[in-house]
Design a protein around this ligand. Structure first.
Ligand SMILES: [Zn+2]
Length: 464
């Protein structure tokens, strides 16, 4: 890293991570071992190392303040570590195997939820906790039955069996909030079972929009606010109807955590910012950083809720890297870098929304160019638009990185000429991920941590 680039963000990027880890550990010796009554396990899904400094820079630019995670990195009470993220069959994990490693204590093949390559089921932490009267919460911006929440509470050889996973949540997950209503809906389920009614009968308050969530009274909650994933923050915040119907990740986190904090039972709450991963797959920097800031708001909510308490451990991490976004030095002596980066704040829609709008209009090249110019702030050339349309039509284009020879990869590169953001592909990577832990026993997450060791630590801390 050059000093110029470091200067750009006015803070050390991860070139300095090694010293960051040792120094913060040295400055902040572990608090005396205290009992842990609750763990909040927060996952920015698919968050490569480049994301955190970029989210910090965007927050400084648009909100004139630091992100909460950035502050925690500098806080004497926090411990930093790195997660070794591999799965049983690949150096590059998917979210199913990653969450199974955390939730079951064993590496399984990609695509599996707590089921080994031999077909043996591994008990998910949710089942172990249920037997000991500990409470479990799952909050996500994906479907509540998606791979990362499911890894804490279900078994399935197929992560896509979300109907089967929904069934396993009954009486095992005390609070489940996110998207995925069809998996509980008798009209959409293969077995016609009305899981909404079954959850209600078991004492859950079933909520379907933001107002119902904010007004809910019961200690147990099932909330599905969309059929699929929750919208990207960049789209959610600009659409009144969506903002009224769908709560933010911070609001869902607050609803879950306050229920756990007011009861005496030990608890494990997983909070997932799921769409950081989706935006990385889409090479969509505005979608990605918008959701990373929404995840950061959830961190702030958690830290505010536990202020003054010494019995809650907070672990913040990611399950794997994805497409490794990075800000390149732009222009002579990198002098155009900040100007390029500052354009991200002016982007008005996710790539997903742009493609959906273009499809709905059944538009051609001119419509696509117009949408990109209006929403992302730059005008593709005719040749660029033609290449993008070719990939959409399934035609081969001249793109030497095969991982980028697709619509997200091409649009991501065109946008990158404008913002300075580059991507390695449109898929997960083998990178270590950052861990920040705060609270009692935080030192257990110092240094290099294998993903399959997290399960044993969480059980030991909660069940002693
Ligand atoms: Zn992914």
């Amino acid at each position: 890293m050059t000093s110029t680039r470091r200067h750009v963000l006015q803070a050390g990027l991860f070139g300095g991570l090694g010293s960051l880890i040792s120094s913060s550990h040295a400055e902040a010796p572990a608090a005396p071992s205290k009992r842990v009554r609750g763990i909040v396990f927060m996952v920015s899904d698919g968050m490569s190392h480049g994301v955190l400094p970029l989210a910090e820079a965007l927050s400084q630019q648009t909100r004139k303040r630091s992100t909460r995670w950035w502050e925690l990195l500098q806080s004497p009470g926090s411990v930093q570590g790195l997660m070794d993220t591999a799965s049983a069959n690949s150096l590059v994990t998917d979210s199913a195997a990653a969450s199974s490693a955390w939730g079951g204590g064993q590496r399984v093949p990609n695509g599996h939820i707590n089921v080994t390559d031999k077909g043996r089921k591994v008990e998910p932490i949710g089942a172990t906790l249920q037997a000991k009267k500990c409470r479990l919460g799952l909050v996500t911006t994906a479907t509540v039955t998606h791979a990362t929440p499911a890894g804490f509470a279900a078994n399935s050889p197929d992560r896509n069996d979300e109907q089967g996973i929904a069934l396993q949540y009954l009486d095992r997950v005390d609070i489940a909030l996110g998207g995925g209503s069809p998996f509980f809906d008798p009209a959409k389920r293969k077995d016609k079972r009305d899981l909404f009614a079954d959850f209600a009968k078991a004492g859950y308050e079933v909520v379907r929009d933001r107002d119902q969530l904010l007004a809910a009274k019961s200690p147990r909650l099932l909330g599905t606010f969309t059929p699929g994933y929750l919208p990207y923050s960049v789209d959610h915040s600009r659409d009144e109807a969506l903002a009224k119907k769908v709560p933010t990740l911070a609001e869902m986190t607050d609803a879950a955590l306050k229920r756990f904090l007011t009861s005496d039972a030990p608890f494990l709450l997983q909070v997932e910012g799921a769409r950081i991963d989706h935006a990385a797959h889409a090479n969509d920097i505005a979608g990605l950083l918008g959701d990373q800031l929404a995840f950061d708001d959830a961190i702030a909510t958690v830290m505010a809720a536990i202020a003054g308490r010494d019995d809650i451990l907070v672990v913040i991490t990611s399950d794997h890297g994805n497409s490794n976004p990075g800000l390149s030095g732009m222009g002579s002596s990198y002098r155009r870098t900040n100007q390029c980066f500052s354009r991200i704040a002016g982007m008005k829609a996710s790539h997903e929304r742009i493609f959906a709008d273009w499809n709905a209009r059944k538009g051609g090249s001119a419509e696509l160019t117009g949408l990109v110019q209006d929403r992302l702030g730059f005008k593709p050339t005719e040749a660029e638009a033609a290449t993008l349309l070719d990939t959409i039509g399934g035609k081969q284009v001249t793109e030497w990185n095969h991982l980028l020879a697709n619509p997200p990869g091409i649009l991501g590169q065109l946008a990158g000429n404008h913002t300075g953001i580059g991507w390695t592909g449109t898929v997960h990577t083998a990178d270590l991920t950052l861990i920040t832990a705060v609270g009692p026993q935080a030192e257990r997450f110092h240094g290099l941590v294998r993903n399959d060791s997290v399960h044993g630590v969480m059980l030991e801390l909660l069940l002693g």
